[in-house]
Design a protein around this ligand. Structure first.
Ligand code: PLP
Length: 451
């Protein structure tokens, strides 16, 4: 099992790097074969604490019997019924929609089910445009988002992502997308007197809306916490965006693909921040990774915009949307959230982990900031000249953590810890200690190299 990887016998094309590097990544014994709780095990029997919860989806941990049994029973009873045509969705799919809406922020009373996060976001953007067409405002088609945001992997959702590199790689991209500068700092308070931004952050949004003409803008899509670098928006930012959307009749879309289902220490970021969007996109934690499902929740107002004389109904959907087995999982996940102390635990242990890391890395020259909310923590790395730490350093940290039995996530210049929400206090202390020690070791070597 420990012979090196042979690309000729390995047809799977995956990952974010060239497959010719496969041999450098280890051996087939690295493949994961099982998991339990917050832990996964590879083919050689090595165990790792999964501080990336799969890819921020395995909220309730691995190998849960309640979820597995719900899947098994649904597969035996009725493995499939189409939810997008024929008007005979599975009863389980309808039951899931009811349960999700009952748990959703007040006012989000209608739900379309999808099969992944990108599909949820794409569905939301199309919904916003068609809504205004149905309202007799077909020119209201432009979409706003934040620079540095990420919204998915289809062409439309990549375009909505404020990432020039993605646009350049896969363009030409569709027209009608515009990017608002990110708020300057977390401390921005939207006031001209005391804040370094001098009011520019909020002005920038309104300015862009006015430049485009509010009569041309359909939606503002935003991640309540910007996932790619765990950027927590300034206090009041989402309220401000909500009020601008109300002022100019623009639909506010929350992309809660990452932030929902307890990740930030509340069921939804909308609950945490006290701001309800017109449309909310969900995926990832919706099934805790046990199946593939997404959802787009919306209001009675938007829903009503698709029904009635002369209105085009919303037919967008894929064959496996609202899959019955995934919906059975979704029901089991909602039941587990209702029965168990998952969200309070995420908040408590996430706070402990952030405090431990903050304490341990306070004199580490590589660490610019430890930030985050709930069980979603980013450690931003910089070099001595203040520039972002390069990917080689992040990869080194990832590998060293892995050698010590902890799997971490990283993006750009940020190491991200997003463990299953069931993480225990002992596990927090173990992860916090290992990650801090690795950061210390890498920082020491970096400083030595720069001398
Ligand atoms: N939106 C956000 C904020 C995400 O982080 C992601 C994926 O990481 C997506 C959308 C796309 O979700 P999926 O990978 O399920 O298509």
């Amino acid at each position: 099992m420990d012979e090196p990887w042979n690309l000729d016998e390995y047809p799977l094309w995956h990952g974010a790097g060239p497959m010719s590097l496969l041999a450098q990544w280890g051996s087939p014994s690295k493949l994961l074969v099982r998991g339990d709780g917050c832990w996964v095990e590879d083919a050689a029997g090595r165990r790792y604490f999964d501080a990336r919860a799969g890819i921020c989806n395995v909220a309730l941990g691995y190998s849960r019997r309640d979820i597995a049994e719900a899947m098994y029973q649904q597969a035996l009873d009725l493995p499939f019924a189409c939810a997008i045509r024929y008007e005979r969705p599975a009863l389980t799919t309808v039951e899931y929609a009811k349960a999700l809406v009952a748990r959703a922020p007040q006012g989000l009373t209608r739900v379309r089910l999808t099969h992944m996060g990108s599909a949820s976001v794409e569905n939301a953007l199309l919904m916003a445009r068609l809504f205004f067409k149905n309202c007799g405002q077909p020119e209201k088609r432009h979409i706003l988002s934040l620079q540095g945001s990420f919204h998915g992997t289809t062409l439309m959702t990549m375009t909505a992502s404020g990432d020039d590199q993605l646009h350049a790689l896969y363009g030409p991209v569709p027209e009608g997308f515009h990017y608002v500068p990110k708020p300057l700092s977390r401390e921005c308070h939207w006031c001209a007197q005391e804040c370094a931004c001098n009011g520019r952050c909020s002005d920038a949004i309104e300015q862009l809306i006015c430049e485009l003409g509010p009569e041309n803008v359909a939606a503002f899509i935003i991640e309540p916490v910007m996932g790619s670098r765990v950027i927590v928006l300034p206090e009041g930012y989402l309220h401000k965006v909500r009020s601008l959307c109300d002022k100019y009749n623009i639909l506010l879309i929350f992309d809660e693909v990452v932030t929902a289902f307890g990740r930030l220490g509340a069921m939804f970021a909308a609950d945490l921040f006290g701001v309800t969007p017109d449309i909310m996109c969900l995926a990832k934690g919706i099934t805790s990774g046990y199946a593939t499902l997404g959802a787009v929740l919306t209001t009675e107002r938007v829903f009503a915009g698709f029904d009635g004389p002369g209105k085009v109904h919303f037919a967008n959907g894929s064959s496996t949307d609202g899959h019955p087995v995934a919906c059975a999982v979704g029901l089991a996940v909602l039941e587990a959230f209702a029965r168990e102390n998952v969200i309070a635990n995420a908040q408590q242990q996430g706070t402990r982990l952030k405090a431990l890391l903050t304490e341990n890395v306070h004199d580490n020259p590589l660490v610019a900031e430890v930030r985050g909310l709930g069980a979603y923590i980013g450690i931003e790395l910089v070099r001595s000249d203040g520039t972002w730490a390069p990917l080689t350093i992040l990869r080194k940290i990832r590998t060293k953590c892995e050698e010590r039995g902890v799997l971490v996530h990283y993006t750009e210049n940020t190491v991200i810890l997003m463990p299953p929400l069931i993480i225990s206090e002992n596990e927090v202390d173990m992860v916090g200690t290992i990650v801090s020690e690795v950061l210390q070791e890498v920082a020491r070597k970096e400083v030595a190299l720069q001398r």
